[in-house]
Design a binder for this molecule. Structure first.
Ligand code: AP5
Length: 218
């Protein structure tokens, strides 16, 4: 088992980068945000519990997150390779991940920090549109009014937590509860910083270069 973490503020481009990297490597894209949105959509107990936190832009309690991630990792075999997007987000989640990776004799090969300025975040999130059917992510600058999904023709929508007030809250939560993970992973010697204010292609080239530098078998 191997793992990579994509760390960064809301709107830094973690999901976009993870989808591109998934296509070019054999890492699975594991987004706790997507898992929670699926749970909300299906009306499951986890979804019921998570919904109000997500709408408010605050973090879902650690024990809910730890359970859904553990369940996923226990389901896959020892050869699984994970690219975590939006996880871990607190020290408790990071310690839980260390423990599970330890139990599986697995390596955390990279923590890729997408560094971005807050004005760019606000523009990206305000303009984000997502396909209801396949989950493809767009920015309004790439779309014409009323356009459907390029990949499957599905309808595009805006996430309910993508309004300015909630985004500012999510940025605050990142500063208060997640940014301490930067030091944590820097001290472990696995942190790599990437300037995420650039085009998706430039960001992607750097990320892929970093992964390929030290990961065999991609
Ligand atoms: P989550 O879904 O993880 O949201 P987030 O971290 O706030 O990140 P985003 O999905 O908003 O942004 P992103 O970095 O993936 O950017 P994207 O690639 O889409 O979490 C949502 C909620 O769930 C949380 O608030 C919390 O309540 C809960 N939650 C989730 N995980 C949790 C956990 N571990 N613990 C507790 N609670 C948890 O890009 C954004 C836009 O920019 C898109 O329109 C895209 O097209 C565009 N774009 C991307 N890259 C570029 C680029 N390089 N140039 C130009 N445009 C770009």
């Amino acid at each position: 088992m191997k793992a990579i973490i994509l760390l960064g503020a809301p709107g830094a481009g973690k999901g976009t980068a993870a989808e591109d990297l998934r296509k070019q490597t054999d890492f699975q894209h594991v987004s706790t945000g997507d898992m929670l949105r699926e749970a909300v959509k299906s009306g499951s107990a986890v979804g019921e519990r998570a919904k109000s936190y997500m709408e408010a832009g605050t973090l879902v309690p650690d024990e809910v997150i730890v359970d859904i991630v553990k369940e996923r990792m226990d389901r896959d075999g020892p050869d699984a390779k994970y690219m975590f997007d939006g996880f871990p987000r607190t020290m408790k989640q990071a310690q839980m991940l260390d423990q599970v990776l330890d139990e599986h004799g697995a390596d955390l090969t990279h923590v890729l920090l997408l560094e971005i300025t807050e004005d760019v975040v606000l523009d990206r999130i305000a303009g984000r549109r997502i396909c209801k059917s396949c989950g493809a992510v767009y920015h309004v600058s790439q779309l014409t009014p009323g356009q459907a999904c390029d990949q499957c023709g599905g309808e595009l929508y805006q996430r309910p937590d993508d309004n300015e007030e909630t985004v500012r809250k999510r940025l605050q939560v990142f500063r208060d509860q997640t940014s301490s993970l930067i030091d944590y992973y820097e001290q472990k010697g696995v942190l790599h910083r990437v300037d995420a204010n650039r085009t998706p292609e430039e960001v992607q080239a750097d990320l892929l270069g970093l992964i390929r530098e030290s990961t065999a078998g991609l």
